[in-house]
Write a protein that binds this ligand. Structure first.
Ligand SMILES: Nc1ncnc2c1ncn2[C@@H]1O[C@H](COP(=O)(O)OP(=O)(O)O)[C@@H](O)[C@H]1O
Ligand SMILES: [Mg+2]
Length: 244
């Protein structure tokens, strides 16, 4: 199952959630892969203190075997790094996207769950990863600009690709009332203007433990499994497993 994680706005927790979800999924015995789809500004590798041998860039440039580009963090957990700040990756041509798609599809088939962490905005690579995915997760916060950008992403995916199934995760909420209100704002707009029913996958509260573990470059589900944020991510992972 290929799951795309996007948001419209940056800094809302896509990379943090992708990495931590993958850890939980791997812990439950599933084979999990994180693809760093932030082709313009790679950051999964930074978050996990990885040094990549091959990247998505090498796959395209030199036909490197995508399986060799995967870094195995644990037995069940792989990461395919993007390449940091390479400008031409931001503007992949249609043929390159097709080639990349073929490689990534074959690679994802070897895993139970593939999480694709995308960049901010609604650029071509974000739209492509969403169209490529089986499940679309949209991350938003209660910040009005985040909700507007999440709506804009959903709108363009609906208008241009006919996608109409989105699952929302509200991150960084102060409490569940604030989180629920944010979700209702977004789902209300989607229903009214796009005639789409969104579904709420879950909420992850603001948690200082997350900040601390990101600074130490350790996933918080591993560093502080009892924290509020870790428990919420464990719940999200179990819901994701019920999709399959
Ligand atoms: N639930 C949370 N509680 C506290 N801080 C968080 C939470 N989720 C993410 N963050 C912090 O927000 C910042 C941005 O997260 P990141 O995953 O890089 O966002 P994105 O990938 O969407 O740009 C990071 O510093 C991260 O530590
Ligand atoms: Mg990111």
């Amino acid at each position: 199952m290929k799951i795309c994680i996007s948001s419209g706005k940056g800094g809302v927790g896509k990379t943090t959630l992708s990495v931590n979800l993958a850890y939980v999924l791997a812990e439950t015995g599933k084979k999990a892969l994180v693809i760093d789809g932030d082709l313009g500004l790679a950051n999964v590798d930074v978050m996990l203190r990885l040094s990549a041998k091959h990247t998505i860039q090498d796959i395209l440039d030199m036909g490197a075997d995508p399986r060799e580009a995967v870094i195995h963090l644990e037995e069940n957990l792989g990461v395919l790094p993007a390449s940091s700040g390479t400008p031409e990756m931001v503007t992949l041509g249609p043929e390159e996207r097709d080639i990349l798609g073929g490689y990534l599809k074959a690679l994802a088939n070897a895993y139970d769950v593939t999480l694709m962490d995308t960049s901010a905005g609604i650029g071509p690579s974000v739209l492509w990863f969403n169209a490529f995915a089986d499940e679309k997760l949209v991350i938003a916060t209660s910040d009005p600009t985040s909700l507007t950008d999440a709506y804009a992403l959903i709108k363009v995916l609906n208008n241009e690709y006919g996608l109409d199934r989105f699952r929302v995760v509200i991150n960084l909420a102060k409490d569940s009332t604030e989180g629920l209100r944010a979700y209702q704002t977004l789902s209300g707009a989607a229903r009214k203007f796009l005639d789409i029913d969104l579904s709420l996958l879950g909420m992850v509260p603001y948690d200082e433990e997350v900040m601390r573990s990101v600074r130490q470059q350790v996933p918080f589900v591993k560093a502080v499994p009892e924290s509020k944020a870790a428990r919420s991510v464990q719940e999200l992972a179990h819901k994701i497993l019920s999709f399959t």
